[in-house]
Write a protein that binds this ligand. Structure first.
Ligand SMILES: [Zn+2]
Length: 104
């Protein structure tokens, strides 16, 4: 069985590391949509550390997104129309949306 898992813990660890690196390396003001923010290394680093620890605390095996646990029958039996991109039955001779001939 093909299963793709994305773990919340791993994502949080990565985000935490990025924030910590930013916190160590960056100090200053920045502007978002005309508003200026002052960012300091301490809060960035602490925020990153908290996210990092939270990521480590979560079990790595806990799945968030199960991409394909069971192959779906629908995916196998439809095909995208080469002309308009609509999904139509593989058995169809013509696309019901635009009328393009699908099979010779
Ligand atoms: Zn079509």
């Amino acid at each position: 069985m093909r299963t793709s898992l994305v773990s919340v813990g791993a994502l949080l660890v990565i985000i935490g590391v990025i924030l910590m690196v930013l916190g160590v390396g960056y100090f200053g003001k920045f502007e978002i949509l005309g508003r200026s923010f002052t960012i300091d290394t301490f809060s960035l680093t602490m925020g990153g550390f908290i996210v990092f620890v939270a990521g480590l605390a979560l079990p790595a095996s806990r799945p968030v997104i199960i991409v394909s646990q069971k192959p779906q029958v629908k995916i196998r039996t439809v095909v995208a129309c080469p002309s308009c991109g609509k999904f139509v039955s593989r058995k169809a001779k013509h696309c019901p949306n635009c009328g393009t001939r699908l099979k010779p």
